[in-house]
Ligand binder design. Sequence first.
Ligand SMILES: [Zn+2]
Length: 461
Amino acid sequence: MQVPRSIFREYDIRGVADRDLTDELVRAIGHGFASMLGSVARRVLVARDCRLSSDRLFEALTAGIRASGADVVDLGVGPTPYLYNGAFEVEADGAIMITGSHNAGDENGFKLMRGRASFFGEAIQSLRARIEAGDLPVSTVPGALTSLDRKSAYVAALTKGIRLARTDVRFVLDAGNGAGGPLALEAMRALGLKPDPLFCEMDGTFPNHHPDPTVEANLEALIARVRETGAELGLAFDGDADRLGAVDAQGNILWGDKLLVLFAREVLATHPGSAILGEVKCSQTLYDDIAKHGGRPIVWKTGHSLIKAKLKEEHALLAGEMSGHLFFADRYPGYDDALYAALRLLEIVAKDPRPLGALLSDLPTTFVTPELRVPCADAIKFDVVRAVTEHFERAGREVLTIDGARISFAAPGAPCWGLVRASNTGPVLVLRFEAPTREQCQAIREEVETVVRAARDRFGG
Ligand SMILES: [Zn+2]
């Protein structure tokens, strides 16, 4: 079968539903994936988000899984962490979430798990190769289809162990009409909280704003509502609620690395010395703060699947990404769940007499750019990063090469670094800079960008 290669990505399979994800291809994805799980007693959990194409994809995907002989357990409609929770609590060989995550309404795709681990990278490429080769053995006995509604079990897992010093926290929840709204409200109300819901009804057309809280424009309605109602904070989810966004009472956005500082302090207070992971894009103030509070900071690669694997390997209790994927292995199984992270943030706000905006006032002030995305052809993007690394190493700079090049610049008393990394998901270089002053930030940005441009020209991109 001819398959559009670009939809088989590093962490998931994703494309425009009506164009790329034909019934035939989706059936083959289900069939091929189930065949890769092994030959005996195969059972695959399937959940789906609220996108308009999700029901069609469910039909095709599960037809393929069953043709391979594996059983399907239909968990119904919910957010991605609802599927993760199923994979941790129900005996199954694999699990698939049908979701377009934070992408536009016409896109959709699949996040895959083998047992409790992400199925990604090479595994996704082998699945593609298997489909291309038509290696899809049909079982004489098709698998069964059963339904299992685990929503109350999931809400119980979310709320178990959450201890709120007060339940009158005034907050707005913007679920972006994605799949996380209804269950989040249920969990919050079960704890005695009174959320002010904004766009919490599921609507796969996403009529109010794009379901991605990492883009400032998508937080405008939330910020306006927080200010207008005098709420203490605002919370936002992406379309499948594995990413959390947050704003304080003034409407200032707390990006993933700042949220991670708050959570790290909380975790380290009860588990001194534990390992905590961030990714290469996070502020240096995060890693310094973890160390200052007695933790073991680990800088790791970007990507939720890579972070989850490293979290397990290091027995870390917490991890996070700029994008708002937050992973708690403290009192929780370690998967990225924005509903759970929201409850942990509410726990902190309820306990601390200071407003959320004041909790990080002791962090050193730095100037930091947002993620800057520079177009760069896939064929040369890794060569450019290598050339940048070599340039700065020759210049005597320390360069961290875990994922891209994170270059240290000397600056007394405060963090100063620049990052150039090749995106795993498109023809893009991601750049970010942090320095003690605006001028220094601008200066290192210009220095690095000049080297990037020269390398890109040299490789012909
Ligand atoms: Zn997502």
